[in-house]
Design a protein around this ligand. Structure first.
Ligand SMILES: *[C@@H]1O[C@H](CO)[C@@H](O)[C@H](O)[C@H]1NC(C)=O
Ligand SMILES: *[C@@H]1O[C@H](CO)[C@@H](O)[C@H](O)[C@H]1NC(C)=O
Length: 205
């Protein structure tokens, strides 16, 4: 599934790499859930990613697995992290704050989720509150659990409730984040489908 894109050598203008990105994205976006996307939606999503392209630092990607996804909840929301670091949901599939970078942190499906546009990590604190954080810490680590029917759940890799129960990333039917203590793996608010919004891309230099 990994898509390798040859890095542009030399001084090709930015617009070209932008177009390349766009194409990769159009291909990568087709498929799985979320319904069919119109060309306009795809273009807007491409735009979202393209804006961040030059600001991103790819160094850490060496050896690490980074996927760009939207997380679509079973309660029908795209997970977002806005410019204030607020976690929420949108039903607009072209909302730039729904484009997420999901990075593998360690074996066993531990990963960190960051908003591509806002550059905030999703963090869960001891009491199960979700917040965006500019700086990565262990609070940003989530364990990905594969459920049936393409859905995944994401539990804090650091914190559990006082009773030792897992606390999950969850969006209510209103698209609001739930406190970790109120979540359960079985609840649909904890279920997400990662949607491809652009091909995995890695410059080969
Ligand atoms: C892409 O982004 C620019 C600048 O934010 C905006 O003016 C333009 O309308 C966007 N294009 C699409 C297809 O969304
Ligand atoms: C945990 O997160 C919640 C929700 O963002 C916040 O209201 C609370 O103050 C945080 N608690 C601590 C100890 O940081």
């Amino acid at each position: 599934m990994r898509r390798w894109v040859r890095g542009w050598q030399g001084n090709l203008p930015d617009v070209l790499s932008g177009l390349c990105m766009h194409l990769v994205l159009l291909v990568g976006s087709l498929g799985l859930a979320g319904g069919q996307r119109t060309p306009e939606q795809l273009a807007a999503i491409a735009n979202c990613s393209r804006h961040e392209r030059h600001a991103r630092n790819y160094d850490y990607m060496e050896g690490g697995d980074v996927r760009v996804r939207q997380l679509f909840s079973r309660t029908q929301w795209f997970l977002t992290i806005d410019e204030q670091g607020k976690i929420g949901g949108t039903q607009d599939p072209t909302n730039c704050h729904s484009i997420l970078e999901i990075r593998t942190v360690s074996e066993g499906g531990v990963l960190a989720i960051k908003g591509v546009k806002s550059q905030y990590y999703i963090s869960m604190n001891r009491s199960g509150g979700l917040q965006g954080k500019k700086t990565y810490s262990e609070n940003c680590n989530f364990k990905e659990v594969f459920l049936e029917n393409y859905f995944n759940a994401y539990s804090s890799a650091k914190w559990t409730t006082q009773n030792g129960k897992q606390m999950f990333l969850a969006l209510s039917s209103k698209g609001k984040p739930l406190r970790g203590r109120k979540t359960r793996k079985e609840s649909i608010s904890s279920h997400f489908i990662p949607l491809k919004c652009k091909g995995e891309q890695k410059a080969m230099d």
